[in-house]
Design a protein around this ligand. Structure first.
Ligand code: FDA
Length: 281
């Protein structure tokens, strides 16, 4: 946790995650847990990642924490073998279902979207109800992906997108990404899908609240989601206004790529990062 990663990451161990999640629950937030890891390149590491998620789900149940889990298909082996990744993800989803919990597939780089959605569809076709996925509003394809998955009775998290993508597949301007974000949300709400509004953008949050009020979207059809350590004041305000807010809390030793994405989103974080690095050197 050197260099200030601890602002965005609960710690390196499941114990530390449980402590942070308990505090978040105590403050009135639901939680979703992510074990840091991606781009796994061998079968053993992919199986170990699935085992860690199963252990985490059991700890969440034992400690009576209000937390779902979210995972990345590359962490569970999609770059090694697609079938292996499916088996690994399915074992986590089955454990979540047996414990009355929920599992979401995060969305990674655009070349992983087809594989991620294929895994999601297979899980649903096998009768698993307790799974959801993520769509990124910077991708041109996301509206079509949403339309194709709405008939499944979907639980979708809408985000803007955290990876560097080329103009051939993704909007490059914030204004276009934001417009598409609102399009995706409106479409998802209209269809009655459960929608996780995952953003720290206060302007978008206010626009979403207007949309929710105008269309009388029931409170049990959506929630706001934010990342641990970011925009805590906005999260507090939403919770105080009576909205359900879920904090995504990551933990684990492989925090470097996650920290880099958080720095890239907001260059001002770089000052924070450098201050920590200098203070510790
Ligand atoms: P935007 O980037 O426009 O920022 C709006 C405002 O939010 C900023 O002005 C600033 O105040 C604040 N802010 C945003 N990022 C910040 C940061 N890093 N540090 C400090 N302040 C910041 N992406 C993805 O590709 N796949 C995924 O599966 C997920 N999953 C996911 C889950 C949840 C719960 C959240 C909230 C986000 C994700 N993301 C994601 C990340 C997402 O795609 C996006 O990169 C970030 O949320 C930043 O975009 P915003 O919507 O916050 O808006």
């Amino acid at each position: 946790m050197r260099f200030g990663a601890s602002r965005f990451v609960a710690g390196e161990t499941a114990e530390e995650f449980i402590g942070a999640a308990r505090r978040a629950n105590g403050d009135g937030f639901a939680v979703t847990a992510g074990i840091l890891g991606e781009d796994t390149q061998n079968r053993q590491a992919a199986a170990a990642a699935a085992a860690s998620y199963i252990d985490l789900l059991q700890r969440i149940a034992r400690n009576e924490i209000d937390s779902s889990v979210a995972l990345k298909v590359t962490h569970l082996g999609v770059e090694v073998d697609k079938e292996l990744a499916f088996e690994n993800v399915a074992s986590v989803a089955a454990t979540a279902q047996s414990l009355g919990n929920f599992m979401r597939l995060d969305m990674e780089q655009s070349h992983h979207v087809d594989d991620t959605l294929a895994i999601y569809r297979r899980l649903r076709n096998q009768g698993l109800q307790n799974v959801g996925f993520v769509l990124q509003s910077y991708l041109y394809r996301s509206l079509d992906d949403l339309a194709n998955h709405l008939p499944l009775g979907t639980n979708v998290r809408i985000v803007k997108g955290a990876y560097l993508e080329p103009p051939s597949v993704a909007y490059q301007n914030k204004a276009d990404v934001d417009i598409n974000y609102m399009r995706l949300l409106a479409r998802s709400f209209r269809h009655g899908a459960f929608t996780a509004v995952a953003t720290h953008d206060a302007t978008i949050v206010e626009a979403v609240i207007r949309l929710i009020e105008e269309h009388k979207i029931p409170r049990n059809r959506f929630e706001f989601q934010m990342l641990y350590g970011i925009s805590t004041r906005l999260a507090d305000t939403l919770r105080a206004r009576g909205y359900r807010v879920r904090l995504a809390i990551p933990f684990g030793s492989y925090w470097f790529p996650y920290l880099m994405r958080r720095l890239a989103e907001r260059p001002a974080n770089l000052g924070f990062f450098l201050r920590n690095a200098l203070a510790r050197s």
